[in-house]
Design a protein around this ligand. Structure first.
Ligand SMILES: *Cc1c(COP(=O)(O)O)cnc(C)c1O
Length: 398
């Protein structure tokens, strides 16, 4: 079928929840994608920070194929090998001692919210249920996670929201201190805000926040759905700040595109989850966990973090060079390969112009171009992006 026909069918049969670009993709390899007409694209979106190892990485493809031929699903009435092995690897490579598996970022955050509330009620005091989250945050699209999300546009039309959430400005320790009451049980936040415009907090803030949680007996929940699994140049973003959260959630990059979510925590907090307290039919299924195992092994074996850090430095430098030439570029910021370029105007048009040239980028918070390529991206691919951006910017500056 031709693109036009496919897109007609797409709008006929799919809920109109996305303003999709008029491209139908059919193939991917590394940082490249091809549409049904055979047009090639360079991908700086990576399925929204999901395919961290690039499209169809051979190790992940092999793991999925082999596991699919052996066993795909058994339910959580029973154990399965890849699930156990993945939980062990995640714990050995993080602060965590226990893992709960589910299928998405929102679900991982739901698990975190439920665990924090249950632990607090049982151990800190019956009236402790309030969770403080950040303005400009993003935590997902379920009812609890839109409530946790500190942006009104995600709430509109779905009220009444869940009780017991409160928002404070990001990177402002005093505001946080003032917001804490005797009802507060947890602080939930992205260590680096993704959807909110790639906002990187100071180390002092994160360390102060950890101290505050310890002082007041609050749980610290890090939503690393976007920042986790190497995106920031470390396996987890919390490693940058010299502290550990009490709960961490993962999803996007964990299985390089196979749906999976995970909530990680310490034994102490995990003890609030007893049989029957929480569950997920697909959670920890052997296919998804086998894919995630391949991801973690590949990150180590191919030294993916090293490439991420090298190309990160290169991309940030080249974007900063661009900034010198155009006064409508307000800022370039980010960590690893989660990089934002803030403009003085809506960035949607730039994204479209890049797409016309066969380069996929994305924008967030209205005016922030976001670059989240696969972590295997090379410097010559960055050059292609920079050349295109420069031409587009010159066209605008005229
Ligand atoms: C994408 C994202 C989510 C939601 O993940 P889904 O898999 O879409 O539910 C939650 N938190 C953060 C920080 C995200 O970037």
């Amino acid at each position: 079928m031709l693109t036009k026909e496919l897109i007609e069918q797409s709008s006929k049969y799919l809920c109109f929840t996305y303003n999709r670009y008029p491209i139908v993709f059919s193939k991917g390899k590394g940082c490249k994608l091809w549409d049904v007409d055979g047009k090639e694209y360079l991908d700086f979106v990576a399925g929204l920070a999901v395919v961290n190892l690039g499209h169809c990485h051979p190790s992940v493809v092999r793991a999925i194929k082999e596991q699919a031929e052996k066993l795909i699903h058994v339910s959580n009435y029973y154990h399965n090998e890849p699930m156990i092995e993945l939980a062990r690897l995640l714990c050995e490579n993080s602060f965590a001692e226990k893992v709960f598996f589910c299928n998405s970022g929102a679900e991982a955050n739901e698990a975190a919210i439920k665990l924090a509330r249950k632990y607090a009620k049982e151990n800190l005091g019956k009236e402790k249920f309030e969770i403080i989250t950040m303005l400009k945050s993003f935590h997902g699209r379920t009812m609890a996670t839109i409530t946790a999300t500190g942006q009104e546009r995600f709430h509109k039309g779905f009220e009444p929201l869940l009780e017991g959430f409160k928002y404070v400005p990001f990177n402002d320790l005093e505001a946080l201190r003032r917001a804490i009451t005797e009802k507060t049980c947890a602080i939930m936040m992205e260590p680096i805000q993704g959807e909110g415009g790639v906002n990187v907090p100071s180390k002092e803030y994160i360390q102060g926040l950890r101290r505050l949680c310890d002082e007041k007996g609050l749980l610290l929940i890090f939503d690393e759905v976007q920042t986790g699994i190497g995106r920031t140049g470390k396996l987890f973003a919390y490693e940058y700040f010299g502290i550990e959260p009490d709960i961490m959630t993962l999803a996007k990059g964990l299985a390089n595109g196979i749906p999976i979510g995970a909530m990680l925590t310490k034994d102490k907090f995990a003890s609030a989850f007893v049989p029957g307290a929480h569950a997920s039919t697909f959670g920890g299924n052997p296919l998804a966990t086998a894919a995630a195992l391949a991801v973690l092994h590949t990150i180590k074996k191919e030294d993916i973090l090293r490439n991420c850090n090298i190309v990160s430095g290169y991309l940030i430098n080249r974007l900063k060079e661009l900034m010198k030439g155009f006064d409508f570029i307000k800022d370039v910021r980010g960590i690893g390969l989660l990089i934002g370029m803030e403009l003085t105007f809506d960035a949607g048009d730039i994204v479209k112009k890049c797409m016309d040239r066969g380069i996929l980028i994305n924008y967030t918070n209205g005016n922030v171009l976001r670059f989240i390529p696969p972590l295997i991206v090379m410097e010559d691919e960055v050059d292609v992006l920079i050349t295109a951006l420069e031409e587009i910017f010159l066209g605008i500056a005229k």
